[in-house]
Design a protein around this ligand. Structure first.
Ligand SMILES: NC(=O)c1ccc[n+]([C@@H]2O[C@H](COP(=O)([O-])OP(=O)(O)OC[C@H]3O[C@@H](n4cnc5c(N)ncnc54)[C@H](OP(=O)(O)O)[C@@H]3O)[C@@H](O)[C@H]2O)c1
Length: 236
């Protein structure tokens, strides 16, 4: 998909990778970017940006929202939450529900609502922000987050198959730790969200279906077929 003149919608656009997507899309030639956030007053004002209110866990808001935004040709499912702890802890089920509602069901609801809108454009796409942790987990830390992102990965692949008939492309972004609020407490090197957004938009314009954005992600992916495979416990 070519970005020049496109109209994009980015969820979770007020900070972190979402804000980087907004900047990058405008620089790549998008005519308009709907910057969606739970609190639109937190969106940085700039030319070409239209702040809109959206909580991706609200089916009613999503439906109403889609009715009003018929010009969208690129949906960026970026909004997400972290959260950590052992999956056998008593609080894990509640956290799992929250992570699935935001990281997994939210992007699917958005894709369902916007598929007919994307179909009307000659050149349209969905970017799903997933994670290197869809393929591995940090023991006692990211079990439920990883589960939500593994399911988001599976759904992204299903969306790609189902949207092919209407020529809407689907790009899955897998990335390891980025320098955003979500990974603030994580020590070590982190990728710049602006670099990740730039690479993702380049990958979209190149027609890729999947982007593994850094060496850690590429190693985790390669670890799926290592002996023993990385998900059996080598991480952490
Ligand atoms: N940071 C990393 O290391 C990393 C690595 C791999 C993948 N990711 C993924 O990258 C994406 C962006 O994360 P980030 O690093 O930019 O994290 P972040 O700085 O914590 O930003 C998260 C964004 O998601 C929004 N959000 C959360 N729940 C929402 C909801 N129910 N409805 C609408 N918006 C909601 C937040 O809005 P509020 O300001 O209202 O909370 C915020 O804008 C997420 O999908 C995350 O899982 C992050």
């Amino acid at each position: 998909m070519k970005l020049q003149g496109s109209v994009a919608l980015v969820t979770g656009a007020n900070r972190g990778l979402g804000a980087a997507f907004v900047r990058t899309l405008l620089a790549a030639g998008a005519a308009k970017v709907y910057a969606a956030a739970r609190d639109p007053s937190t969106i940085t004002a700039q030319s070409g940006v239209v702040p809109v209110r959206l909580d991706v866990t609200s089916p009613d808001q999503i439906k109403a929202f889609a009715r009003g935004l018929g010009d969208v040709s690129l949906l960026v499912n970026n909004a997400g939450i972290g959260g950590s702890g052992p999956v056998l802890a008593p609080t894990a089920i509640e956290l799992l529900h929250q992570q699935f509602e935001t990281n997994t069901v939210g992007p699917l609801r958005m894709a369902q609502a916007f598929a007919p809108i994307l179909a009307a454009h000659n050149g349209s796409a969905v970017i799903n922000v997933i994670s290197a942790l869809s393929w591995a987990t940090l023991p006692s830390v990211t079990g439920s987050y990883s589960a939500s992102k593994a399911a988001a990965w599976a759904l992204s692949n299903a969306m790609r198959q189902e949207l092919k008939g209407q020529s809407t492309e689907v790009l899955s972004l897998h990335v390891a730790f980025m320098d955003t609020d979500m990974a603030r407490g994580v020590p070590g090197a982190k990728t710049s969200p602006d670099d990740v957004a730039r690479m993702t938009i380049d990958a979209l314009e190149a027609g890729q279906s999947e982007l593994l954005a850094d060496d850690v992600t590429r190693n985790v992916h390669a670890g799926l077929t290592a002996v023993p495979p990385m998900y059996l416990g080598m991480l952490g």
